[in-house]
Design a protein around this ligand. Structure first.
Ligand code: 13P
Ligand code: ZN
Length: 269
């Protein structure tokens, strides 16, 4: 069977990037079984021939209207598919979908009828929001980092910006490379519309959000940028935990150091 990626280097590159990140998620221990999901808005690299391709699935409801996604295309991890398999065989463990004209449904168009992630309502809500904002962001990632999920089990860390300030103060890079911090989403049922709605509410302030007792979700211009923000936050969480394991509360950078960094790097918060 001919793959949609054949003779389409720009599209193939987008899928390759997803596969690369999927491998990192597995290596980091953030992706047990089918844990986590990735979607990328690939509409910009879709040609007329793809637009004419018929659906290879029934028409599925999204569960929510996505007014800005009319006719848009996404590469999505499949539901119940493993990240470690997505890394090696992206087109067997993910698929290309097209949003229908009514903005409330989607169809799968290639390569295989792999049903997209169960978190599609949250992912598409984030993409819909990013188009509304016009920020040029194309990627969304959800994963289960052990350290950050563990921290979400402590109510003290769930108060607004407590975790952001703590993680920022562990190492300068986290402040610089996750400059909007991490928002908190109270526990909600995985794959629910409630979780999707709560997530987009926080995106006006944050590019990364913590789903309480579940995982972390991030958006970015591409999948590398979205992954990197979670990676620097996780590094900070590890530094915090390591200090605690050595028996002391880490000092954290001083507020003077933090302000100096904000000015030097021209950071938004
Ligand atoms: P999917 O396999 O449906 O992508 O679900 C994984 C997950 O992490 C749900 O939150
Ligand atoms: Zn999850």
């Amino acid at each position: 069977m001919k793959s949609i990626l054949e003779n389409r280097p720009a599209l193939a590159r987008e899928v390759e990037k997803v596969a690369e990140i999927a491998g990192y998620l597995w290596q980091k221990g953030w992706a047990e079984r089918n844990g986590g999901n990735i979607t990328v808005n690939i509409t910009d690299v879709i040609d007329e021939e793809i637009k004419a391709m018929p659906a290879i699935s029934e028409v599925f409801p999204i569960g929510k209207a996505m007014p800005n996604l009319k006719g848009a295309y996404f590469f999505c991890k499949g539901t119940n598919k493993r990240m470690r398999d997505l890394a090696r065989w992206p087109m067997e463990n993910g698929s290309v979908i097209r949003i229908t004209e009514d903005c409330e449904h989607y169809v799968i168009i290639a390569d295989n009828p792999v049903k997209p992630t169960s978190e599609l309502p949250a992912h598409l809500s984030m993409h819909n929001y990013m188009i509304e904002k016009g920020n040029g962001y194309k990627a969304a990632i959800h994963t289960h980092p052990i350290d950050l999920v563990a921290m979400s089990h402590n109510p003290k860390f769930l108060e607004k910006d407590v975790l952001t300030n703590l993680l920022w103060s562990m190492i300068p890079e986290t402040r610089a490379f996750c400059p909007r911090g991490i928002g908190i989403i109270p526990y909600a049922l995985p794959s629910s519309i409630e979780l999707a709605d709560a997530t987009i509410k926080e995106l006006s302030d944050y590019d990364v959000v913590l789903w309480e007792k579940h995982g972390v979700t991030a958006v970015g211009p591409d999948i590398f940028e979205a992954f990197d923000m979670i990676d620097v936050l996780s590094k900070s969480a590890q530094i915090y935990m390591t200090a605690k394991n050595m028996g002391f509360e880490p000092d954290g950078m001083s507020s003077k150091d933090m302000t100096e960094l904000k000015e030097a790097f021209n950071l938004p918060k």
